[in-house]
Design a protein around this ligand. Structure first.
Ligand code: BG6
Length: 481
């Protein structure tokens, strides 16, 4: 582990992400002995409170959120936690912050910007101009997603921050990359001859990537109404998953090798944007969304997207990648389904063969599931399909740590492998900006769906038109959705 004598400063210290994700992740790392002693966390906020009040707030949240909460551990952990009141939009506030930081006497500094992206360049410039980066050790910067609002804003942000920090010190977060089963995609694919040998158009019929959320926008309406599912989920999490699944075997499985191949996938991805025909792209909005706090009562923001896209490469020619994601749905679930082609050779059994499926279950359960055909016992001629299922969370009772724990540790260790490189972010924005440009008026094609349903009917029609359906884990023994 690298030198941890580090000052970890969080801009946006009183936001939900800090309270509910970052601090709990730090607590768990501390509990597991994975934070070394010399680390100090400073949270910045405009609100008038002191460190004691902040620690009390954190205690309350942790007590509710963490089943193994322990007061003695918390006291030791919270000694690392300091609140510093500051309006980060005011240039004159940075000198005071520097003085406060110097009093902590740490050679290394990490700045975590959990703010709206429009502040990324300004904060970075202030850090530089006020000499907060003139330190003995390293200075790293972490940028929460979304990285920009569109291609232009992302480019502007990137130009400023890369000048100031340099690419090797920049960590662009996509927390899905910290999830256990996303990290497992490469292992499942490249460590098993039965998959690596047939990961192509000859054997794969289609690939489905689903990320469903049960909750609506809750209190994030202000942000979400300007983002929508396309920017909030597809531009980053879903395209990252797609890129990992579809990439060519990298020259090396290190950071640069993987990023290079992911970029190629994103650059070769095509999305047809013709909304009217409902054949490739569906936008939905859950009923009642317009009544949510801080949401425009006439909003046409999509809370659901389903799309069909193709990767233009010899490996994937003609293989559709179906993506769907949304809020206010019938359950929270993320999975990747690889549907194989049905084997055309004849068998002694007369029943219709069911396609083999490989499913990587990302959440809530984590695991790998394979569906194969076999002979029905006692029958001479019947075929039946069975599941070979590995559920990590139920079979070996190992629930992976929250993605943020893993990512925070990587940041502390200076490992950028699980963070997105600029070229990936740029290519993903190019795609999404193109879609947005071609669909300026979604209002006519925005399909509403009841909260708690499985999304608009048009998303089912879209895939049905291709003679396929969305695979649903619950029903796999019987059939599909
Ligand atoms: C975030 C989005 O990036 O991911 C949220 O901004 C979404 O809108 C969240 O709810 C989903 O993450 P997870 O880990 O709960 O699936």
């Amino acid at each position: 582990m690298e030198n941890q004598n580090v000052l970890f400063t969080i801009f946006g210290g009183t936001g939900d992400l800090t309270y509910y994700k970052l601090i709990p992740a730090f607590y768990q790392l501390f509990l597991g002995g994975r934070l070394l002693n010399d680390m100090t966390i400073i949270v910045l906020g405009r609100k008038d409170k002191d460190t004691t009040t902040y620690r009390d707030e954190v205690r309350e949240i942790l007590m509710k959120k963490i089943s193994n909460f322990n007061e003695n551990i918390f006291v030791a952990f919270s000694a690392k936690l300091h609140y510093y009141k500051m309006n980060f939009e005011k240039p004159e506030a940075y000198e005071g912050l520097n003085t406060f930081m110097e009093s902590k006497n740490c050679p290394n500094r990490i700045f975590y910007l959990a703010t709206a992206p429009k502040f990324f360049p300004f904060i970075s410039e202030q850090l530089k101009d006020n000499k907060l980066l003139d330190i003995e050790g390293y200075a790293r910067a972490v940028f929460e997603k979304p990285f920009g609002y569109d291609l232009e804003s992302a480019e502007e942000i990137n130009a400023t921050i890369s000048d100031i920090f340099g690419e090797d010190h920049i960590f662009r977060i996509d927390h899905y990359l910290g999830k256990e089963m996303i990290q497992n995609i490469n292992t499942v694919r490249f460590s098993n001859q039965i998959f690596s040998a047939i990961w192509n158009k000859e054997s794969i019929d289609n690939i489905q990537i689903t990320v469903k959320e049960k909750d609506g926008v809750k209190d994030r309406g202000g942000y979400y109404d300007h983002a929508g599912a396309l920017r909030d989920m597809v531009q980053n999490h879903l395209l990252q998953i797609l890129a990992l699944v579809a990439m060519e075997p990298p020259k090396s499985l290190n950071n640069h090798g993987i990023r290079e191949e992911k970029v190629k996938v994103l650059q070769n991805l095509s999305i047809e944007t013709e909304l009217e025909s409902h054949t490739n792209l569906i936008f939905g909005q859950y009923e009642g969304y317009r009544d949510e706090v801080k949401v425009d009562p006439n909003s046409n923001t999509e809370t659901f997207v389903a799309m069909k896209c193709f990767v233009k490469s010899p490996r994937w020619e003609g293989v559709p990648f179906y993506l769907r994601t949304g809020k206010g749905l019938d359950g929270g679930e993320a999975k990747i389904v690889i549907e194989f082609k049905v084997d055309g050779s004849s068998t002694p059994l007369n029943a219709e063969k069911i396609p083999n499926l490989l499913i990587i279950k990302i959440q809530p359960d984590e695991g790998v599931y394979l569906r194969i055909n076999t002979k029905e016992p006692r029958s001479e001629s019947n075929l039946m399909s069975v599941n070979l299922s590995y559920c990590q969370s139920c079979d070996i009772f190992y629930k992976s740590p929250d993605a943020y724990e893993r990512l925070l540790l990587d940041i502390l260790n200076g490992d950028t492998a699980m963070f997105t490189g600029w070229e990936e972010v740029k290519s993903a924005w190019e795609l999404i900006s193109e879609v947005v440009k071609k669909c300026p008026d979604k209002s006519k094609y925005l399909d509403t769906y009841p909260i708690g349903s499985d999304g608009p009917a048009s998303a089912h029609r879209m895939i049905k038109m291709d003679g396929r359906h969305w695979w649903r884990l619950d029903d796999l023994n019987n059939d599909s959705e």
